[in-house]
Design a protein. Structure first.
Length: 531
C-alpha cells in the first residue's frame, strides 16, 4: 500500500473554506480566491472527502447486512431495529455527498476552462461518478443534472435513477478520454497532488474501468440492459486495476487519521471510538466462519449452539478478537439482554494503523465483478472460476497485509485458499468446481463478496444483496443463524427488510416541488433491485 506523509493543512483549509459552502466568496476581499485554490490543490481534499463519504455508507451498509449490530446498553437505533427509516434517518449520507459534489464540480469546471488542469478534471469526473453511484444505490432518483451548483440552483429537478446510471457510464468514458487526451503542457500529477495513485495515469484509467464494470454488472438485466450490453464492449484497453485503490491524503497520528480507524478504534488522543464500544457481529455472519456457532450473552452466561454454513477459521481469527469465542447475537432479539461489546473487537487486519490508506475499491471486488461478468456471458479478463479464486485470495491477502504493505509473518494467501477449499470441499460457495448451474455460480460469487466485504465494504454488500438476494436468508422463525434480519422488523416485505433510504427533511422542505415522495423505506426500490 502507498503511504504519503505530507502536510496538507493549508491546502485543506483553503479548499474547504472556499468551496464547501454556498456563500458568495467575492463578499470577502481578504478570502482566498479561485486563483489561489486551483484544481491541483483541491484534488487531495476531494478524495479525502470521498473517503469520508464511503466510510459513512460502509457503516450504514454494515448494519443492514448483519456485519454488526449495537450491543448491550446501546440506544438510539430504533429505526434500524424496525427498518422504518424516515426523512430523519441517515441524512448525512445525502447531505455530505452533495456538499462534496459541489467541490468536485468546481474542479471539473476549472479544467473545462483551462486545459492545463485536464488530468485533475478527469480525476474529478471519476470522483463524481463514484459519489453519484453511492447516492443512486441508496436513494434512487437524484438531481444529477442540476444538483451540483449549490446556490445557483437550490430547487434542482431529479433525474431517473436508471438514466443516471447510463449518464455515469458515459461520464466515465469522458474521464478516461480526458486522461488520454491531456495536452503535453497539462499539469502533471505528483505524489502530493494525487492522493490515490501518486501520478500513475494508467492506474487512473484502470480504476475508471473498475467503476464502469461495477455499474454495468449492477445494471445488467434491467430496463437499461441494451445500453449496458453495448457498454461491455467499450472498456479502455488498459484493463482493470487489480490492487486495492487506497486514498491517503496524509493521514497521521497527530491531527488527521484514517476515518475508519477513528470510528472503529480511537481518536488521535487515544480515546476509544464509539463503534469500538458499540458493535458486535451477528450470529448469521459468524456462520460463514464457524460450522458450529456459539451465540449468546457472555456477560449473563446465556448461550446457544447453532449450525453454521462454512469453516473459515483463518479469516475469523484475523478479523475478531477472542475468536472463536467472539460474542454475537441477532439484531432485535429481546429474549435476553444483548451481549456486551469488548473493547476493540476488530483486530489489526482491518485496523492496521492511524495512517493506513482508506481503500475505496478493493482488489477482491475487482475479481468478483470480473467473475460475475464472465458467469453472465462477458469474459473480459479470464473465466469466472479463475477470477472467483483470485477474489478469495485477494480477501486473504488484504487481511494478511500490514500497514507497510507487507504480508504478516507466516501468511500465505494462496495456501490459505487451498486450505479453505479443502475444509469446504463439497460446498459450491467455496469450491467453484461444485457449482453446476449459473445460479450457483452467482450465489458463490456474491456470497464470497459478502464475506470479503465484512465491515469494510458494507454498502457494496448491501447493494449486492438487494439485487441478487445473496447470500441467502431464511426468515421462517427468524432463527439467528439463518437470517440477519431484525427480530422486530416492521417491514411488510417478504424479506422483512427495507429497500432504500428516504430523502432528508431539507429536500422536502426546500425543494418539495421536485423531491420524489417515496412514502417509506419499504417501497420504491432502486431500479436494479430485482427482488
Amino acid at each position: 500500500m502507498k503511504k504519503y506523509f505530507i502536510k496538507l493543512s493549508v491546502i485543506l483549509f483553503l479548499a474547504t473554506s472556499l468551496f464547501s459552502c454556498d456563500l458568495d466568496i467575492n463578499e470577502n476581499p481578504n478570502a482566498a480566491t479561485g486563483s489561489v485554490v486551483t484544481p491541483d490543490l483541491m484534488l487531495t481534499n476531494i478524495y479525502a472527502k470521498l473517503a469520508e463519504d464511503v466510510n459513512t455508507y460502509n457503516k450504514y451498509g454494515s448494519l443492514m447486512v448483519g456485519y454488526q449490530f449495537p450491543g448491550d446498553g446501546i440506544s438510539g437505533f430504533g429505526d434500524l431495529y424496525s427498518y422504518n427509516f424516515t426523512s430523519s434517518s441517515y441524512a448525512a449520507n445525502w447531505n455530505n455527498c452533495f456538499a462534496h459534489l459541489r467541490d468536485i464540480q468546481t474542479v471539473i469546471d476549472a479544467a473545462d476552462a483551462d486545459p492545463k488542469y485536464a488530468y485533475f478534471g478527469a480525476a474529478a469526473h471519476v470522483a463524481k461518478v463514484y459519489t453519484f453511484q453511492l447516492l443512486v444505490d441508496e436513494y434512487g432518483d437524484v438531481p444529477y443534472t442540476e444538483g451540483v451548483r449549490g446556490s445557483e440552483n437550490i430547487t434542482p429537478t431529479f433525474d431517473d435513477d436508471a438514466e443516471v446510471y447510463k449518464a455515469l457510464i458515459s461520464e466515465l468514458d469522458v474521464a478516461i478520454a480526458g486522461f488520454k487526451s491531456a495536452d503535453v503542457n497539462a499539469l502533471k500529477f505528483t505524489s502530493v497532488t494525487d492522493p490515490l495513485f501518486a501520478g500513475d495515469v494508467t492506474k487512473w484509467i484502470q480504476f475508471g474501468n473498475n467503476l464502469k464494470l461495477r455499474l454495468l454488472v449492477r445494471a445488467a438485466g434491467t430496463e437499461i440492459d441494451g445500453a449496458v450490453q453495448s457498454a461491455f464492449n467499450s472498456f479502455s484497453p488498459e484493463g482493470f486495476l487489480k490492487e486495492d485503490a487506497g486514498v491517503n491524503p496524509g493521514y497521521n497520528a497527530s491531527n488527521q487519521q484514517n476515518p475508519f480507524y477513528t470510528d472503529y478504534h480511537s481518536n488521535t488522543a487515544g480515546s476509544r471510538a464509539s463503534y469500538a464500544s458499540y458493535y458486535l457481529p451477528t450470529t448469521y455472519l459468524m456462520t460463514f466462519y464457524q460450522k458450529s456457532v456459539t451465540s449468546g450473552n457472555v456477560k449473563d452466561n446465556v448461550f446457544e449452539i447453532l449450525e453454521g454454513k462454512l469453516t473459515d477459521d483463518r479469516r475469523g481469527a484475523l478479523l475478531y478478537r477472542n475468536y472463536p469465542e467472539t460474542p454475537n447475537y441477532q439484531l432485535g432479539d429481546q429474549s435476553n439482554a444483548r451481549p456486551y461489546t469488548p473493547q476493540y473487537i476488530w483486530l489489526e487486519s482491518v485496523l492496521k494503523g492511524r495512517d493506513q490508506d482508506f481503500v475505496i475499491f478493493y482488489a477482491f471486488e475487482t475479481y468478483f465483478l470480473l467473475a460475475e461478468a464472465a458467469a453472465t456471458g462477458h469474459e473480459l479478463d479470464g473465466d469466472w472460476k479463475s477470477n472467483f479464486l483470485k477474489g478469495v485470495e485477494a480477501s486473504f491477502r488484504y487481511l494478511e497485509t500490514n500497514i507497510n504493505g507487507s504480508l504478516i509473518e507466516g501468511a500465505n494467501p494462496a495456501e490459505d485458499v487451498k486450505e479453505y477449499i479443502a475444509n469446504n470441499e463439497d460446498s459450491y460457495l467455496v469450491n467453484p468446481e461444485k457449482a453446476t448451474t449459473r445460479d450457483q455460480s452467482i450465489e458463490a460469487i456474491i456470497t464470497q463478496m459478502y464475506i470479503a466485504s465484512n465491515v469494510i465494504n458494507g454498502h457494496e454488500a448491501w447493494s449486492n444483496f438487494r439485487r441478487t438476494a445473496y447470500p441467502t436468508i431464511n426468515n421462517v422463525g427468524r432463527r439467528p443463524n439463518l437470517t440477519f434480519v431484525s427480530q422486530i422488523s416492521d417491514s411488510p416485505r417478504p424479506d422483512q427488510l427495507s429497500v432504500r433510504l428516504v430523502y432528508p427533511n431539507d429536500e422536502y422542505s426546500l425543494n418539495s416541488g421536485n423531491t420524489p415522495d417515496v412514502g417509506d423505506s419499504y417501497s420504491n426500490p432502486i431500479f436494479w433491485d430485482k427482488n
